[in-house]
Ligand binder design. Structure first.
Ligand code: MN
Length: 261
């Protein structure tokens, strides 16, 4: 089994070091990860400046780009082979509910998935790397289990995994979850720069809004490892009929496009 590892916290982050150590005992692994922290970069690709790849002393390759850049260039030429699995993380902090839209950790895994490769994003629920070994052990166990169940093959899928920062004996079993929801983010933070200019800092993510039973928020609060299968189709399938009626009326009322100034 060949595994490509990436993350969004950067190639020196404790999370990717622990993930690499855990998975290199069960597979051939290669790391291609961002040079710097790229949290909240989602699936962004760098199109207007060149990317450079360097190799660190430990063999990790790092790129002056985003998580999706790393996986993209790895899969389109850098590796020279097709990995069986793409694993991203372990992230410093939760990626639950709406976080998955913004997350660079999920973005790296999603890039693998878009290339038709089974992919997993791992995050620890709390920041600060407490009980990182337990999260790394969980990652290895899940990969081994998926391999034993012959899920790691030609058919792509995308799993989002959040691990509570608990010691291994206290971690409760995997729980299959849907994504919860967060409240809208906290207010922007406004400060004066030393040169008298106004600076705006994006505020923190909102607190959980839907953390009811069945969500990732609920499962991790109970000490479970939360596993959510993700898809990429953003179509609102439930509202297609409603919009079809509106679209028909729209077409009827305006047979030719009108220029609005
Ligand atoms: Mn991160």
């Amino acid at each position: 089994m060949k595994i490509l590892i990436s993350n969004d916290d950067g190639y020196q982050a404790p999370g990717i070091v622990a993930l690499h150590a855990a998975l290199s005992s069960v597979a051939e692994v290669e790391v291609v990860a961002p040079e710097h922290n790229n949290s909240a970069k989602s699936n962004a690709l760098t199109l207007h400046s060149p990317l450079y790849v360097h190799t660190a002393h430990n063999g990790f390759r790092y790129v002056n780009g985003t998580p999706a850049d790393c996986v993209h260039i790895a899969l389109t030429g850098l590796l020279g082979y097709r990995p069986d699995l793409v694993v991203s993380g372990i992230n410093n902090g939760a990626n639950m509910g709406d976080d998955t839209i913004y997350s660079g950790t999920v973005g790296a895994a999603m890039e693998g998935y878009l290339f038709g490769i089974p992919s997993i994003a791992f995050s620890q629920v709390d920041k600060g790397w407490q009980e990182l070994e337990a999260a790394a052990h969980t990652a290895r166990q899940l990969v081994l289990q998926l391999q034993a169940q012959q899920q790691i093959g030609e058919h792509p899928w995308l799993l989002n995994v959040n691990v509570p920062n608990l010691p291994l004996p206290a971690l409760r079993p995997l729980k299959l979850c849907r994504l919860g929801r967060r409240h809208a983010a906290e207010r922007v933070i406004v400060q004066q720069s030393p040169r008298g200019e106004t600076m705006y800092w994006i505020g923190g993510a909102g607190a959980a809004k839907d953390d009811s039973e069945g969500t990732d928020f609920h499962a991790t609060a109970q000490g479970h490892v939360a596993v959510t299968p993700l898809k990429v189709d953003l179509t609102d399938h439930h509202s297609l009929d409603n919009w079809a009626a509106l679209a028909a009326q729209f077409a009827h009322n305006s047979p030719t496009p009108t220029k609005v100034l």
